[in-house]
Design a protein around this ligand. Sequence first.
Ligand code: FAD
Ligand code: UDP
Length: 395
Amino acid sequence: LIRDADIVIIGSGFSGAVIAERCSTELGLKSVILDRRAHAGGNSYSEIDPDTGIEVHKYGAHLFHTSNSEVWSYINRFTEFTDYKHRVLSAYQDKIYAMPINLLTISQFFGKFMTPESAMALIAEQRGEMAGKTPRNLEEKAISLIGRPLYEAFIRGYTMKQWQTDPRDLPENIITRLPVRTDFNTRYFEDRFEGLPVNGYAAIFERMLASDKIEVVLDTDFFDLRSQIEAMGKLVFYTGPLDRFYDYRFGALGWRTVDFERDVIGTKDFQGAPVINYADEDIPYTRILEFRHMHPERNYQTEKTVIFREYSRAAESKDEPYYPIGRSVDKDRYDQYRALAAAEENVVFGGRLGTYRYLDMHQAIGAALSIFDRTIKPRLTQPEQVSGRKVAAYS
Ligand code: FAD
Ligand code: UDP
């Protein structure tokens, strides 16, 4: 199989699937995808829960949203989307609030009906301690956005649980992902396009990978075949962990993993919402997912429901790496690995694990489309022009 392939792709998540799909559809070329898991789709994979018939996202809630119209029209070739719009609640000290922080949260928290103007004035006062200072970490950034009381209620405990790192030691950019609003918009995302795949995520991958020019080989670890693949001189698109590729020679990159505790409960509706965050530090999980609420359009049975409690911790070598931690030691190590990666003759690195970046699905798809155009396609179609120093694509 591999001998026949034009490209060998490591990982069948969105990054790998886009490259395989483009190589077959646009170039008519053959790919082999290796994945060490028993299914294609990477972390975006979903399946039907055997006890309840409810679609669960095996690696945590995956909500599709993007403002990138190229990515939106690309993904719409493989699925239709429902009109699902994600909303989240946050429980704190036995009360329930709207999340991300918006005028409803602020009104609820301070116990009075506020207008955008009065809320802004209050927050301006509460973030006064950061006035004129440049935030240097997540805590300072959060306080500069919302002030200390809201930070301590909704961000500090949750972030401590999620990252097991003091927010003063975390980069500020983690929190900039979470919007803060002074209107009553309670939607979680602000992107132009949002929805869930009508027939689930697994069906997207089946369609993306349906061509007979694409072979997906599951339960297979690249590192068991690496020397044969290298000896054949094949072009490799690698979306596994970057540090593993180099046998951790500069040290392991820090990742956070998530443990999901699945529970089937004999009730129609456990919590009345798809996701409830738990902000208190002494509640060990960060959130509870109830998947039936992600597809209200489906006629699920009403006797039982399935929930996942989500627990977060630092990943050890045997764990699934989920979120790059990005401490300064990680950044230094990443720079060293990246320099090696850029000098590779036959390997192109991509995806969340291969580039040590938190990528949402739409970003993984967008990045893979661009890697295809800039790097993979020229190498496969005009190899003579990109042979020798193939680093060009990185510089
Ligand atoms: P992955 O999906 O991780 O795929 C990598 C694949 O490579 C895996 O299948 C793995 O088995 C395989 N692999 C690794 N090493 C090897 C090896 N040595 N040999 C063979 N195969 C190997 N994005 C959103 O847009 N919305 C969300 O709501 C959202 N929620 C998320 C929640 C969680 C808990 C997590 C962890 C991520 C979430 N994401 C979300 C991000 C989303 O999962 C990623 O954008 C997407 O998975 C990236 O695809 P990828 O192909 O780069 O990586
Ligand atoms: N966050 C928080 N409280 C919440 C939700 C999020 O403090 O109720 C912070 C936390 O630091 C988290 C970051 O905001 O890591 C980004 O949140 P997001 O919901 O994007 O995290 P994800 O869903 O990717 O785990």
